[in-house]
Design a protein around this ligand. Sequence first.
Ligand SMILES: *Cc1c(COP(=O)(O)O)cnc(C)c1O
Length: 382
Amino acid sequence: MPTPPSALVPANVARMIPYKPGKPAEELERELGISGALKLASNENPLGPSPRVVAAVREAAGGLALYPDGVAYALREALASHHDVTMDEVVTGNGSNELIDLICRTFPGRDEHVVYGKPSFVCYWLGCTAAGVPYTEVPLRDDLHWDVDAMLAAVRPETKVLFLANPNNPTGAYVGEADLRRLLSELPERVVAVIDEAYVEFPDAPDYVSALELRHLRERLLVLRTFSKAYGIAALRVGYAVGPAALVGHLHSMRAPFNVNALGQAGALAALSDSAHVEAYVRLNAEERPRVAKALEALGLEVAPSQANFLLVGFPGSGAEVDAALLRQGVITRPMPPPLGRYLRITLGTREMNDRLLQTLTSAALAPFLPPAPPAAPGESR
Ligand SMILES: *Cc1c(COP(=O)(O)O)cnc(C)c1O
């Protein structure tokens, strides 16, 4: 649909809506006049940042009068060494969100096309719509599981970019090595495959691999990583992409000057150096994920198999109503748009945080939203 000359913005811009983040705990506390709200809505590290990060950010604060390093030299050098690649194969962004947006503005023209799955990360839609690029959303099997064949089938002669989150947000599902190899090998050469590995630290499935291990399979491959989840510095907004210098170079040309601020650069560098902090969280998550899933299933709830730091939990009725009831108890989770309207995405916290979630779910206030308890077996005392 062409834009009338008098329109304030082009049609694609008119379709944009502001991204709706998880409710901040302070906002709920203000609304309810309570303290100690529990936020399990945005897949943040419940252990907080590494103490090394806090020290590095304090120190960097002394230099706030100066523009940051425009090429993030020290951070990119550390990332290159971490991944055993060259510095010109790494570009940092103001969160990996910025890189998703940049990819949509850099590689596909308005007469080309992008493929991504649904339900998945909403930023692929935001990026394509902002750039005015046509896209196809490929439904997940049962709305929950990746369908690599359907994604390959959605590729057209003009397809330029394919996004795949592995593991996926909000389902927690993953694509195993065999399917990922097939996807990367069978995609036509011209397509830039973007594997978004925001949750790469958390999988324990034996057949999960990072696409960084499969770079030999195709030239046009970008792998996205973030410091917002396992590394525990979502507030600093740092993500990065690894890929061939030819692709990364175009992202450097398209990004805003000074896109990663000085505190972000210093904090990410310190976070990268504290692998023990990340490992402690990953261990905690690996213990809590099956424990909490089992407890939720014992309540009769549907729990999607997750390889990430959150669970997608299906309720008998409207997820929005469960969300509202949980909010009244001071617990913030993430309701989902259709087709996942019955689901909440719940971030796994510390053992204590998860216990509080489970206690809230089993309290009288939430009883109307849970499946009815199964009748007691004959002779069983309740
Ligand atoms: C959280 C998340 C990101 C990370 O976003 P940042 O901008 O780096 O904070 C990227 N992709 C997916 C799928 C995510 O869930």
